[in-house]
Design a protein around this ligand. Structure first.
Ligand code: AMP
Length: 502
């Protein structure tokens, strides 16, 4: 039997001397060398007794080595968990424990802090750094490749943890075919070929950089300019060598601030894609005015991969996320799953081969969000116009997206409420010119307690990743509530929306 995902993404490239990765120091790595590295890492996973279906967690800097470890995991049939580099050891402890990972691979700098985490969860810890050194690389050193493990389309390939509104993160289980079917649709829809060069500055612990960008490039057989992170200076330098870039809206707003962004600079680019957070219609228009190119906006999420996209050849409509992708059904529903009348606003539900298999060890949560007929309740509020274009109008779940990262207010509120002197809190997102949205907290002190914003911020640094920490803290006597006792966050948002303006 074949390995569904490995064969399609990597198997076809084994032994090929075509370039897969252009690296910022001017060096490059061929498809063949990458596959050989992935095979060695796969052998090291087998030696560490990772069996098909076992989980391997990783918290590493973005590098070809992290990507090769992922490819090695797919090769061995293991389920991989790529974790945000900003997560604290306390957060990693939850992911490793919940997933039952047998192995945690981390950068050597965090080894000391993560050793007790791995031990408590009964997982082994190995190190692998961006330069390819570390105990995991040592163990792979002298190994010869082992056979590719057979995997069927429905077998699990990855867990991507999404933050939970209840404070508990959920492991979205993605199968080989969830990932492969979506990558095939996108590569075709966006017309990727081996002649493309994709500028890749997204993180690879998230669906956008990992599955959308990387898998599309692998299927098409085109190289990627693989940058460790988004740096406007580097992106400006390398844009002339690329034919496509995928980014979050912040990439586009940052580049628009640079006077060097001109038509000439991007003359070689045929496609700019945006997603993961709303792209303001204004940014869309400004980008066209500066570059002569219309950004193609698409919409997706961890649980579903990509659902909709503006067309490649047809009209790319600013402020919309385009049309359902081939094979994906999209409907706008009331809370009971009944479709709202055309043009109405409701919750977006999606069905297709892209939709995940459920949340790991959370059957109740899965049943709440995944209907028996296969439709997934996204929690995004939207509407579809007469031409079929989908517009997202809000998030039913109150998610804050800051700089392209999801922040669930509940999780931050729980950390705040646990601090001495805090009676209650409400966390909201307010417009921010650079991050799209900024996390803002409103705190109510316990009677007689003296709270100051600076010490609250310092206290959160140990428990929350930087991107979740509030950028502003407001201290008030009480929170606005409706007659049912619910905090009216909309009033707080209205009140504080100008905080970062101009
Ligand atoms: P994630 O699971 O991190 O990919 O976040 C998914 C959420 O990001 C979706 O449920 C949407 O709320 C939001 N999102 C993704 N793409 C877009 C987009 N193009 N416009 C508006 N919101 C988006």
């Amino acid at each position: 039997m074949a390995n569904h995902l490995y064969d399609a993404l990597f198997g076809q490239h084994e032994g090929q001397d075509t370039v897969f990765l252009y690296l910022p120091d001017g060096s490059s790595m061929t498809h063949g060398d990458f596959c050989a590295l992935a095979a060695r890492y796969g052998a090291a996973l087998a030696q560490a007794e990772l069996k098909p279906g076992d989980r391997v967690a990783m918290q590493m800097e973005k590098s070809p080595h992290m990507l090769a470890l992922i490819a090695g995991a797919i090769r061995q049939g293991a389920v991989f968990l790529p974790l945000n580099t900003a997560y604290t050891p306390a957060e990693i402890a939850y992911f490793v424990g919940d997933s039952g990972a047998k192995l945690l691979v981390a950068g050597s700098k965090s080894a000391a802090a993560l050793a007790p985490v791995a031990e408590a969860a009964g997982a082994r810890l190995a190190t692998l750094d961006a330069d390819g050194t570390g105990s995991f690389a040592d163990s792979a050193g002298g190994l010869t490749p082992v056979a590719v493990e057979p995997r069927a389309p429905g077998d699990l390939a990855a867990f991507l943890y999404t933050s939970g509104t209840t404070g508990r993160s959920k492991g979205a289980m993605l199968s080989h075919d969830n990932l492969l079917s979506n990558a095939r649709v996108l590569a075709d829809y966006w017309r990727f070929t081996r002649k493309d060069v994709l500028l890749h500055a997204l993180p690879i612990f998230h669906t956008h950089g990992l599955f959308v960008a990387t898998n599309v490039a692998l299927l098409a057989g085109c190289p990627m300019i693989f940058l460790p992170k988004f740096d406007a200076e580097e992106v400006i330098r390398l844009l002339p060598q690329a034919t496509a870039m995928m980014g979050v809206p912040t990439f586009y707003t940052r580049l628009l601030d640079d006077p060097r962004l001109t038509r000439d600079l991007v003359g070689n680019i045929r496609l700019f894609v945006s997603g993961s957070a709303p792209l303001l219609a204004d940014t869309h228009r400004q980008w066209e005015a500066h570059t002569g190119q219309r950004i193609l906006e698409r919409y997706g999420m961890t649980e579903t991969n990509m659902n909709t996209s503006n067309p490649y050849a047809g009209e790319r409509r600013a402020g919309t996320v385009g049309l359902p992708l081939p094979g994906v059904e999209v409907k706008v529903c009331d809370p009971n799953g009944g479709e709202v009348p055309p043009g109405g606003i409701g919750t977006i539900e999606v069905r297709g081969p892209n939709v995940f298999q459920g949340y790991w060890k959370m059957p109740e949560k899965t049943a709440e969000e995944l209907r028996p007929d296969g439709f997934f309740i996204t929690g995004d509020l939207g509407t579809v116009d007469a031409d079929g274009y989908v517009t997202i109008v809000g998030r039913a779940k109150d998610l804050v997206i800051s700089g392209g990262f999801n922040v669930y207010p509940k999780e931050v509120e729980m950390a705040l409420d646990a601090l001495p002197g805090v009676l209650e809190s409400a966390v909201i997102g307010v417009p921010h010119p650079d991050f799209g949205e900024a996390v803002v907290a409103v705190l109510v002190p316990e009677a007689g307690a003296l709270l100051d914003a600076k010490s609250v911020q310092a206290a959160l640094a140990a428990s929350l990743a930087k991107f979740k920490q509030p950028k502003h803290i407001d201290i008030r006597h009480d929170l606005p509530r409706n007659t049912m006792g619910k905090v009216q966050k909309n009033l707080l948002r209205d009140d504080l929306c100008g905080l970062f303006a101009g």
